[in-house]
Ligand binder design. Structure first.
Ligand code: GDP
Ligand code: MG
Length: 297
């Protein structure tokens, strides 16, 4: 399956929730106030968020007047362009190797699975990858990461459950630097006894990285797209704690809430780096604004 059709398939439910509804309200005829009001409701109900939806509709209203849009195709194309532009405002910088990627996020969003996919993604680019088991909180977490390391045939640095994750990360940096690996990916816990503990732990790991790692460094937050607007508050408190570089949206294959990407981009400056479209090794894509806009409208 080609990249485009894979993304298109993953966003099928989001597209049903947005694109097809737009077709319905447009088939009523005039591009009048009623149309634009209904369009705004469609966007809001697809988890695009109130602010982002109203901005998009306002821009479409102006474009439609200025360019005298009439047909459904013209309106759809204009909408796609507005959405693609909105999503292009914040973009990930080009990846410089060697790189250490710290993966953070609440429990169950898909961090460990995403790391497995990323290991495969970078290996395909002929990069040497090392995984670091920084989720020492849950007993099964290291085993799960080890499975992904085996599947990808990449090295893993780990320690016992309950050990200090910052020291595992320190070991990973030393070992990865000595071996000259291109990509170190650090898994982290999603739940400690409380949120403050988790954030303090992540800050500590991040300090260790900043002080000991000479390559580039990215902190990526994994978000479960099926949670819709709840993802927004997660961006806020992780960003406050460790100053995020990018986002990874998972589980887009199972949701009609893919529009949340727009709400996040409107509200925060954090760019989307990757999207997850399934549970398999290959089910990850670099985020591309235009492909996304085409897939949802
Ligand atoms: N459908 C789907 N499931 C996913 C995706 N990413 C992760 N999962 C599933 O989500 C569940 C939790 O994943 P896990 O990596 O353990 O989450 P973690 O707690 O954040 O490390 C697992 O059952 C994964 O297979 C995705 O993109 N699509
Ligand atoms: Mg995990």
């Amino acid at each position: 399956m080609g990249i485009f059709s894979k993304i298109a398939q993953a966003f099928k439910r989001t597209k049903d929730a947005i694109g097809n509804k737009i077709m319905n309200i447009m088939s009523k005829g005039e591009l009048d106030d009623e149309f634009f009001d209904e369009l705004e409701m469609v966007l809001i109900s697809a988890d695009i968020g109130v602010n982002a939806s109203s901005k998009i509709v306002e821009e479409l209203r102006q474009t439609s007047r200025k360019n005298k849009l009439r047909t459904q195709e013209q309106v759809k194309d204009a909408l796609k362009e507005i959405i693609a532009n909105a999503l292009s405002e914040n973009q990930m910088p080009k990846t410089e190797f060697p790189i250490l990627i710290m993966i953070v996020g609440v429990n169950g969003v898909g961090k460990t699975t995403t790391i497995g996919k990323l290991a495969n993604y970078y290996k395909k680019q002929k990069k040497e990858v090392m995984l670091v088991a920084g989720d020492t909180f849950r007993a099964a977490a290291t085993d799960q990461l080890e499975e992904w390391a085996k599947r990808n045939n990449v090295k893993i640095v780990k320690n016992n459950q309950g050990s200090d994750p910052a020291s595992v990360v320190f070991d990973g940096i030393k070992s990865g630097s000595a071996k000259g690996v291109d990509v170190i990916i650090v898994d982290t816990a999603g739940r400690l006894h409380n949120k403050t503990n988790l954030m303090e732990e992540l800050k500590k790991i991040s300090r260790i990285v900043s002080q000991n790692w000479n390559g580039s460094y990215q902190k990526l937050l994994v978000l479960d797209a099926t949670t819709g607007q709840n993802a927004l508050s997660q961006v806020e408190y992780f960003d406050e704690a460790i100053d995020l570089d990018g986002l990874i949206l998972t589980k887009l294959d199972g949701t009609a809430k893919g529009g949340v990407v727009l709400a996040i981009c409107d509200e925060y400056k954090t760019p989307v780096a990757f999207v997850g479209t399934g549970e398999g090794l290959e089910d990850i894509e670099e985020f591309d604004a235009k492909t996304f806009a085409d897939a949802i409208i």
